[in-house]
Ligand binder design. Structure first.
Ligand code: ADP
Ligand code: SF4
Length: 689
């Protein structure tokens, strides 16, 4: 197969200052959870993307010196010459595949920590740092501080050049850059030539760009990463105000404009709240203002949308973090006319969440990310076995689908048996909730691939028992029977059952299997899960005309969604939908007995902190979203019958869809002989001086 001519513009080279990108795909600088302490893993991630056809591969936010300390957060450092050699290894690996290597040099100003190095956090004016819960202040930079910062940034550009980078970024985005803080009237209250008027506030950014161009000396391109519009924080920079003024004032100074919106939670909008290409409304003007190439992001996964951005003069380069995490080979697949093979990002932000939790990047769609170096997992290749054994995978949810696909790619003859009428398991159900349709891609991608393979047999409406498993006499049996939501009220904070729940509560599983609730009913959802499902159900039911109360024993509703960056928007969605919110509220008992039960019936509750009694939350229907219990009935029957098998996915341990996919993949790789001995994958080891 070959490139569809419609997508040819995506493969036109583009000159960026003194360098030339081979195509229009760029891995935008993104946090990948691999700090400067994990350079091998980080290199593995980048090398794989370069191999997959991305024309520019970016290095994530990189501290330029100790005053820009982000201790404890997994970012890069290019503080001194010692770091140059480490960076050069990544650069070489990227360039070996014909891609350009870029680095996002940054001083994070008011977002720095200081506490790790003992140097003061620095900003344009004396102010608190941008983490209100952390008791540190920033020093107002004096002229000497400004001079030193400029010198330091310039030195970092020189080091980037020595490391071999093709493009160095000047970073002014995400409310996380000293240069942005100088620009913003919300932070900059100076009265000298660096404060006050727009030109004065812009001065430092202009000077640093000029310094960078001077240091690059025509051998390296200089990019600016600039957020043209703020949707969070002070909201002082707007695309129809000073955001545009900045682009106009600096239009031809950088070699490349990489533009987005601020803060990070809006830049990395999820599919639940933002459509593909959502940033165009804000960044669309930039190309009209500058003659330099423009790069932008927007969770692009469709080549039609990408090419439309190019044709309509919105962007010159399609930037991507998540699409490149989910499918490192996306560009090559388009180039080879294999668009249907793209493993599309579902926009769930699990990648963001785990990185926020300080863990290496994980992905719901791509189990191989972060495993490129340490486990040697390639996103497109698995070891191929010669014995071509028969594998029986039972359960067609994300774990079963992923295991079946990986084993089939490894050469096994695979039978996938699913009890229900459709494949997809929990993904099929959850993706039907309001605004979660993109999650269906987890099943769609795998089913499509499996459907094309001759060594795969797919069966629905095939409930397997120990007897039918024995009859098939497969060489390998994988049980992916999933997990079921508990009715009893047991959850992440309630270790025991709650009175009245076992008799009355509905579970998400019951709602998913077709139980319809009449509009007008009052529904109480008790969320002791603290992830997306309870609030997604609340939003869905409210949209269907039910009156919904969402109750959480934690002080903050859906705490994990703070990590996915969705919590503020989810709360706004529920408030707008009229959902009653009850954080910090513990269920004592369900006292209702069904629809039409009259006043005073519902969920008896108390305050989580003091234990004080609260008014009953009236309702007709109770939905309990607490713990899930592995469905091990088949596994137990197989044990009893002496049939060897392995349990995978949510049946092994209930978790996010990402961990079910990962489990299916890991077990399959193990069967293909690619799990390290004793589970000990390669480790990064700090050097001893
Ligand atoms: P996971 O996330 O681990 O993939 P899911 O709950 O999404 O788990 O999917 C499990 C699937 O297994 C469901 O679609 C369910 O219908 C199916 N299943 C459960 N028991 C059996 C069985 N005995 N035979 C075949 N399929 C089964
Ligand atoms: Fe996309 Fe989710 Fe993977 Fe992140 S974790 S890249 S949002 S599919």
């Amino acid at each position: 197969m070959s490139l569809d001519p419609r997508y040819a513009p995506l493969f036109e080279p583009l000159k960026i200052g003194p360098v030339t990108a081979p195509n229009r795909f760029a891995v935008a600088p993104y946090a990948n959870g691999h700090s400067f302490l994990m350079p091998n893993g980080a290199r593995g991630i980048r090398e794989t993307r370069a191999e997959g056809g991305w024309g520019i591969v970016g290095m994530q936010l990189t501290e330029i010196d100790p005053t820009s300390d982000l201790s404890g957060l997994p970012y890069e450092r290019l503080w001194d010459d010692d770091d140059v050699a480490v960076h050069a290894r990544s650069v070489d690996a990227i360039q070996a595949h014909g891609a350009l290597a870029s680095i996002e040099l940054a001083h994070t100003g008011l977002r720095s920590r200081g506490v790790g190095t003992g140097y003061p956090v620095m900003g344009p004016s004396s102010a608190s740092t941008l983490r209100p819960e952390v008791p540190f202040m920033a020093k107002a930079m004096d002229r000497e501080d400004i001079r030193r910062f400029r010198q330091s940034h310039r030195d970092a550009v020189l080091r980037a050049r020595r490391a071999g980078y093709d493009i160095a970024y000047v970073y002014a985005a995400h409310d996380a850059s000293l240069l942005w803080h100088f620009l913003s009237p919300a932070y900059n209250r100076r009265t000298d030539e660096y404060g006050g008027s727009f030109d004065n506030r812009l001065r430092l950014l202009r000077e640093v760009l000029e310094d960078a161009q001077d240091a690059a000396a025509g051998e390296m391109a200089i990019a600016i990463r600039f957020a043209v519009h703020e949707l969070t924080g002070p909201k002082a920079i707007r695309f129809d105000g000073e955001g545009r003024d900045v682009v106009e004032a600096l239009a031809e100074l950088p070699d490349l404009w990489d533009v987005n919106i601020s803060g990070w939670q809006r830049d990395s909008g999820t599919s639940r709240y933002d459509a593909e290409g959502f940033q165009e409304a804000f960044t669309g003007f930039v190309k009209q203002v500058t003659n330099k190439p423009v790069l932008g992001v927007g969770r692009f996964t469709s080549p039609d949308t990408m090419v439309s951005q190019l044709r309509r003069g919105v962007l010159d380069i399609i930037g991507s973090a998540r699409a490149s995490i989910a499918d490192p080979f996306l560009p090559n697949k388009i180039r080879e006319g294999r668009v249907e093979d793209i493993r599309e990002c579902i926009g769930c932000n699990v990648c963001v969440a785990v990185e926020n939790a300080g863990v290496v990047v994980r992905c719901t769609q791509n189990p191989t990310v972060s495993e490129e170096w340490r486990r040697g997992w390639h996103p497109e290749r698995v070891p191929v076995v010669t014995d071509r054994g028969q594998a029986l995978v039972i359960g067609g949810g994300p774990a079963g689908l992923e295991a079946a696909l990986t084993l089939a790619r490894g050469g096994h003859r695979v039978t996938l048996a699913e009890a229900g009428a459709h494949f997809g398991g929990r993904v099929r159900h959850e993706s039907r909730l309001r605004n979660l349709a993109a999650w269906g891609r987890v099943a769609d991608y795998r089913l499509y691939q499996l459907g094309r393979m001759e060594n795969v047999s797919l069966f629905t409406q095939s409930t397997m028992t120990a007897e039918t498993v024995a009859e098939l006499a497969a060489d390998h049996v994988l049980v992916a029977t999933g997990a079921r939501w508990l009715r009893s009220g047991r959850g992440r904070t309630h270790r025991t059952a709650i009175d009245g729940f076992a008799d009355a509560a509905l579970t998400p599983d019951e709602l998913f299997t077709g139980m319809a609730l009449a509009p007008g009913l009052r529904v109480v959802i008790y969320d002791d899960d603290h992830d997306y499902l309870a609030n997604a159900l609340a939003a869905d039911l409210a949209a269907q005309g039910l009156r919904v109360e969402l109750v959480s024993p934690m002080p903050s509703i859906a705490a994990w969604m703070g990590y996915t960056l969705e919590q503020p928007r989810m709360l706004a969605e529920l408030i707008d939908a009229g959902v009653g919110l009850h954080p910090n509220t513990v269920a004592r008992a369900w006292t209702g007995n069904g629809p039409g039960q009259g006043p005073g019936k519902g969920l008896a509750v108390q305050r989580a902190d003091t234990g004080a009694e609260l008014p009953v939350i009236e309702g007709d229907i109770l939905i309990s979203v607490g713990l899930r219990e592995p469905d091990l009935a088949l596994s137990e029957a197989l044990h009893a019958a002496g049939i060897a098998h392995r349990v995978i996915g949510d049946a092994e341990v209930p978790g996010p869809i990402q961990s079910a996919v990962f489990s299916g993949h890991r077990h399959a790789r193990d069967l293909l002989g690619q799990e390290p001995e004793g589970g000990h994958f390669r480790r990064e080891r700090p050097r001893l001086f």
